[in-house]
Design a protein around this ligand. Structure first.
Ligand SMILES: NC(=O)c1ccc[n+]([C@@H]2O[C@H](COP(=O)([O-])OP(=O)(O)OC[C@H]3O[C@@H](n4cnc5c(N)ncnc54)[C@H](OP(=O)(O)O)[C@@H]3O)[C@@H](O)[C@H]2O)c1
Length: 266
């Protein structure tokens, strides 16, 4: 199936961030109408003005995805502005970089709320509208950490694994509604993600500045939506790591553990 994006009525969360902003632009260029959501109203309004200048039909809906009233308001606002809903892109997310043993329950619960409970409850509200939509889909932006748990990313990995698992279950469930479920699995992206982490004391030579650009990833996501690709791994290091792990899981774990021991023995 090839999805025609012209006029598709879309909700995009995390629109004010690096990947979200690039994705909002790409979605508008593809002809979709977008309800832009994230907490920062000023950033959202500025983005909405920029996109309107490009000819985009967009609305800004300040939303905390962890807040039930905000989620309801977002869906209602998008449906009333556009007359329905065809695409929900769950992109909002937060990271935390540090080891589990000296992390906290609060960090774990926050990461799970933003990366898992928020998007799944938003999806629950969106499903009745998507069911009545045109070539409808839920698009979940997960992470390579959602396919391979990584040290110093314990809560984040767990939250993204949970979202990957939920996507797989939904795929079969939502088939009866004619709603597709697409999973995006990005690797490192130079988006400014690290500026918003809850913890920053992990140890590793993480080169986000050498990662792909948000614009590259956004183009891949829009292409995946058009081609209706079930799961799309984006980024060369993510593809390499996940492939290596599939064929040599024990060796991969041993190499990663050796690296962590070395980093923490200094
Ligand atoms: N950058 C990477 O290397 C990378 C790799 C793989 C996957 N990802 C995933 O890609 C997605 C986008 O990340 P990014 O790199 O663009 O990071 P980012 O620049 O930190 O953007 C995160 C976005 O999520 C929003 N957000 C955070 N908490 C929220 C909440 N409670 N309610 C609503 N919106 C919230 C932020 O906006 P407000 O602060 O205004 O709410 C922002 O728009 C995330 O799901 C991330 O896990 C990123």
């Amino acid at each position: 199936m090839s999805r025609d994006l012209t006029g598709k009525r879309t909700i995009l969360t995390g629109a004010s961030g690096g990947i979200g902003r690039a994705l909002a632009t790409e979605l508008v260029k593809a002809g979709t109408r977008v309800a832009l959501a994230s907490r920062n109203a000023d950033k959202l309004n500025a983005l909405a003005s920029d996109l309107k200048a490009l000819g985009g039909d967009v609305i800004a809906v300040p939303t905390d995805v962890t807040n039930p009233d905000d989620r309801r308001h977002l869906v209602d606002a998008a449906v009333s502005a556009f007359g329905g809903l065809d695409l929900l892109v769950n992109n909002a997310g937060v990271g935390s970089w540090g080891h589990f043993a000296d992390s906290t329950e609060e960090i774990c619960r926050t990461v799970m709320e933003v990366n898992f409970f928020g998007p799944i409850e938003l999806t629950r509200l969106a499903v009745p509208h998507l069911t009545a939509g045109n070539q409808a889909a839920v698009v979940n932006v997960t992470s390579m950490c959602g396919r391979k748990g990584m040290p110093a990313w314990p809560e984040y990995s767990a939250s993204k694994f949970a979202l990957v698992g939920m996507s797989e279950a939904w795929r079969a469930e939502f088939a009866r509604f004619d709603v597709d479920v697409l999973t995006i699995v990005p690797g490192m992206t130079d988006s400014g993600f690290q500026n918003n982490w809850l913890r920053t004391d992990g140890k590793a030579d993480l080169r986000f500045d050498a990662g792909m650009t948000p614009e590259y990833l956004a183009a891949k996501i829009v292409s995946a939506i058009r081609k209706n690709r079930t799961e799309t791994v984006v980024g060369s290091e993510a593809r390499r790591l996940l492939r290596f792990n599939r064929y040599f899981p024990r060796l991969t774990n041993w190499l990663i553990a050796r690296k962590v021991k070395k980093l923490y023995s200094k």
